[in-house]
Design a protein around this ligand. Structure first.
Ligand SMILES: [Cu+2]
Length: 185
């Protein structure tokens, strides 16, 4: 009786799993892809901690749910202007990375830095910032703006990074709009 019940339960669960999630192709391993959603508002990132794995292809969905424009930069070492206002990161997480732009809606501004854009949407998004190589990779979204980026995490990025928004002359950063991006092997 009990065995029959367990068997029935397994069958029901199996049927559900089968209906919801098609079996991935053989080439896809659990480590190969990460899908992350990061929302932004006054003055936060949610979640405020991201965990990335070396070698994984990350699909990052950014959404501005605030009433002000917000940006995402990921780096290390805050660069301050002469006035002392935080402006950007010295070391850019995205430098040298291929970044594919899968979608971009209500983008206020975007800088490519030393990242390499992939696809027609990326070329369009970064077209006006072609010469601004000193600035880190950055995507700044208007309220209700969204962007979907895809990149693969290289081995040299292991360690702790920071994500931050430096909008309004660094005021957002000073108000606490930052988070931790940890990269594990
Ligand atoms: Cu902000």
């Amino acid at each position: 009786m009990r065995v029959g019940f367990v068997l029935a339960l397994v069958l029901v669960m199996g049927a559900r799993l089968g209906a919801r999630a098609p079996i991935p192709p053989a080439s896809a391993s659990p480590r190969s892809g990460q899908s992350l959603v990061v929302t932004m508002g006054e003055y936060w990132f949610r979640p405020a901690r991201l965990a990335l794995r070396v070698g994984s292809t990350v699909t990052l969905r950014l959404a501005n749910q605030g009433v002000l424009a917000h940006e995402l930069m990921v780096g290390r070492g805050v660069v301050r202007e002469a006035s002392g206002k935080p402006d950007r990161y010295r070391e850019d997480f995205f430098a040298g990375l291929r970044v594919e732009v899968l979608s971009a809606v209500r983008v206020k501004r975007a800088t490519l830095g030393k990242a390499r854009p992939v696809g027609p949407l990326a070329e369009k998004l970064f077209m006006h910032e072609g010469m601004e190589r000193e600035h880190p990779f950055m995507v700044d979204l208007e309220p209700r703006g969204t962007a979907v980026l895809r990149f693969t995490v290289p081995g040299g990025r292991v360690g702790s990074w920071e994500m931050g928004c430096f909008e309004q002359d660094g005021a957002h950063y000073l108000a606490g709009m930052k988070g931790v991006v940890s990269v594990t092997p």
